[in-house]
Write a protein that binds this ligand. Structure first.
Ligand code: WQD
Length: 339
């Protein structure tokens, strides 16, 4: 199939690009590189051994996006493009609504104009907000608590309304829990801008000597060791779930929502221990007060994806730590300044 990847140079998108090319699909990447590097595209081609089309395009640039659809047949879209930093979204809500929601609106209109009605959307467990329904299933009501999560929820509602207006669409909404890890080659991985917001990239930068110590945001949660528990899922398991969702789209029209998680919880200190074991490096840390907005526990109930997509995460915390460390060690500055 001809698959258009928005945000295909980003962390999840680049890994999806590799597995799609390796599965024999033809890929077209559109990315504005506002939060990614063109170097990732070079690495992807090196891994997959297959060239693919790519364009520097912001989704809100309708003429430029239309030109891509005019230049290439598109059978389906995997929509990864979007800003994703919770803290930044609180400071700059309009930027997040413009970039994430308006960009998606133009994408969907352009898809409809070209008769493309197959979409896999990259959503987030952040739409659930601070739920006490843990493990969390897809029937849990959405209650996002920040502009980033609300932008994802707004897009899900847009897709729902679009499907109701035209049930010929094939839609799969994938709600990610906590993606971590990297491709086994160590050539592509997570390359956060500036100080990492998320735990695992921060730990990796401590291990490689870029940061002195890890801030542990609270050890007074009602959990087995007092630190926050999350459902970390290997990025390769995550993108394999996207391939499974693509197969489901082929089965016929529909609007389906799936949690992509392992169903297992890992605490901050357990992740630190796993990373120390995988990297043979000490990760010094200090306990700080809780981070505003954090919940004690967030884990997925992934049974619907297991049942309907015949997909299950199979990599564990050691795999995630080992693969993250390989990427970080081989790329201490990520894709680099010029990347
Ligand atoms: C995990 C745990 C922190 C950093 C976020 C987004 C979510 C999704 C994934 C896009 C928590 C603790 C963290 C640090 C720490 N992104 N922590 N020190 O907050 O569960 O989810 O990323 O969809 O939208 O909200 O992930 O990695 O930031 O935090 O102690 O330096 O690690 O308190 O318990 P989170 P995280």
């Amino acid at each position: 199939m001809n698959i258009l990847l928005t945000g295909g140079a980003g962390y999840i998108g680049s890994h999806a690009c590799v597995v799609l090319l390796e599965a024999g699909h033809d890929v077209i990447v559109v990315d504005d590189f506002s939060n990614s590097s063109p170097e990732a595209l070079v690495r992807i081609e090196g891994i997959a051994g297959k060239p693919f089309a790519h364009y520097r395009v912001h989704l809100a640039d309708r003429p430029a996006l239309r030109a891509v659809f005019e230049a290439h047949p598109v059978d389906a879209v995997m929509h990864f493009a979007g800003f994703k930093a919770v803290g930044e979204s609180v400071e700059k809500p309009l930027l997040y609504y413009w970039n994430n929601v308006t960009g998606t609106t133009v994408l969907l209109e352009t898809m409809a104009d070209f008769g493309v009605r197959n979409i896999v959307f990259s959503s987030s467990a952040t739409v659930y907000g601070d739920t006490d329904r843990v493990p969390t299933d897809e029937l849990c009501p959405a209650a996002p608590t920040n502009p980033y999560g609300r932008s994802k929820w707004m897009i899900e509602l847009m897709l729902q309304d679009l499907f109701r207006s035209d049930p010929s669409w094939h839609m799969a909404i994938l709600r990610y829990f906590n993606p971590v890890g990297a491709h086994e080659s160590g050539l592509i991985g997570e390359d956060p801008n500036g100080i990492p917001n998320n735990l695992v990239p921060y730990i990796a930068q401590v291990a490689v000597g870029k940061r002195e110590w890890l801030r542990v945001f609270g050890n007074d949660y009602p959990t087995r060791d007092g630190t926050g528990i999350r459902d970390y899922i290997h990025v390769m398991d995550l993108v394999e779930g996207h391939l499974a969702a693509l197969d489901k789209l082929a089965a016929g029209p529909g609007f389906d929502v799936y949690n992509l998680g392992t169903g297992k919880g890992t605490s901050v200190l357990e992740m630190v221990a796993a990373f120390e074991s995988a990297s043979a490096r000490k990760i010094p840390y200090r306990i700080l007060p809780r981070r505003p907005g954090d919940v004690a526990v967030s884990t997925a109930d992934p049974t619907r994806a297991q049942r309907e997509l015949h997909w299950q995460a199979r990599r564990d915390i050691h795999d995630m730590s080992r693969d993250t460390w390989r990427w970080q060690m081989q790329n201490p500055d990520g894709y680099g300044r010029n990347g």
